[in-house]
Write a protein that binds this ligand. Sequence first.
Ligand SMILES: Cc1cc2nc3c(=O)[nH]c(=O)nc-3n(C[C@H](O)[C@H](O)[C@H](O)COP(=O)(O)OP(=O)(O)OC[C@H]3O[C@@H](n4cnc5c(N)ncnc54)[C@H](O)[C@@H]3O)c2cc1C
Length: 477
Amino acid sequence: MGSRHHVVVVGSGFGGLFATKALKRPDVDVTLISKTTHHLFQPLLYQVATGILAQGEIAPPTREVLARQENARVVLGEVNALDLRARTITSDIQGRVHQLSYDSLIIAAGAGQSYFGNDHFADFAPGMKTIDDALELRGRIFGAFELAELAETKEELERYLTFVVVGAGPTGVEMAGQIAELAHKTLRRDFRSFDPRQARVVMVDAAPQVLPPFGAKLGAVAQKSLEKRGVEVLLGGIVTTVDQLGIELQHKDGSTTRIEAATKVWAAGVQASPLGKLLADQTGAQLDRAGRVAVNPDLTLPGYPEVFVVGDMMALDNLPGVAQVAIQGGKYAARTINQRVEEKAPPGPFKYFDKGSMATISRFSAVALVGRLRLTGLIAWLMWLVIHLLYLTGFKNRFTALLHWLVTFASNSRSERTATAQQIYARLAIGRLEGGTASVASSPAHWNDLRAELEAKAAEETRLTDSGERGSRVEAG
Ligand SMILES: Cc1cc2nc3c(=O)[nH]c(=O)nc-3n(C[C@H](O)[C@H](O)[C@H](O)COP(=O)(O)OP(=O)(O)OC[C@H]3O[C@@H](n4cnc5c(N)ncnc54)[C@H](O)[C@@H]3O)c2cc1C
């Protein structure tokens, strides 16, 4: 690197990539460091998990995306230490430690799955955050149908054909809808000893409504639409046990239900990157319950105007953890850095422009919230299709994704059903090599406290959406 202002960007997700792209013209050098070699379009992970898209279509190599941006260098590594006073960050990849100095730092390391203190659930209920997760789930979902063909008892058959999705947010709704579609349409002629339409798809949540961030009305529409497609929606039940054979729920009245299910999908909670804690320790910034760092109105950290935190890691004005918050935050940080380099006035506090949210339920059916407009059914689905095509990175990816969608939507078949043993088993093997998920298993939380917290959070999400308060600025004290 030369003597120009050096910006280090951590993360190649929405926040990091869009920040880097927005720094193309300014007179700066940029190093983007990420623990993955790709830019992942998380909103379509569920389509990789259910065989619609190939992983490469939603995860182009970051290096290729930025190949023409001459002031940007891409480095692979997991950042595990930061020294904000010395302005250095340290990363590691396969034991190779790398230190970088910066003049400005943009941290967009995103969020991982939260099991609300019950990390041992992860052994049997993979989350949906990475390509590895999606491919593992693909193996487990299609694998369950394969094992059902060999089932020797009714109980065994029912267990293989029961799919539990934990979480009734957008990811849970999309997964439940897709698994139901697989069972009822895609796979209906593929097996001889059972009818895939017998499959039971159950979506459970501790909250009392589906899709809280979409408000009460769209939540009810989504629930009805899922039920019409054969999904059982179980609300107000907190998951207290997840094991190889099923899950156990505790209801509000204290009663419990056990569901025997071979396949469990965890789409319930998020926990911000552990880098948030490192930042909070060094700056005194607050962390919220999900580990997100409270930032100043210009997305910087207290006392460190050269350090920006954007996307799923930041807490500001009740903004949701969605792609547009990360994209706009990344671009805003880049603009602020440019203004400083050019010795111009800063752009003023960050203002989020809400372009709306949407979730698909199944083929030709979705819900969308755009400003005060609430759209459902085919119109919402078409909108979803166009927007996702526009936001997929790279022409090659858009083109092949469109072809796959045409195949899937026109014929109900899926082009990407291949799953390898590695995909299904390697996560646990790697986890055990590194000390094992079992070793970090925590004792069960107090379920009623947790339920009350999740209920309150869902109610607050619904209220923020329905009252239009989300994103409105709370004056910093
Ligand atoms: C299944 C799913 C579906 C979703 N659906 C939608 C949707 O429909 N609409 C919507 O708007 N949003 C959706 N979201 C949310 C959206 O994807 C996120 O809000 C967005 O990706 C956040 O961007 P980010 O840059 O903050 O983090 P991410 O996109 O998660 O990127 C984080 C990056 O940081 C890297 N990283 C993490 N830790 C380190 C480290 N220590 N060192 C180096 N690199 C690191 C990661 O490899 C990754 O590249 C969905 C999310 C998921 C998981």
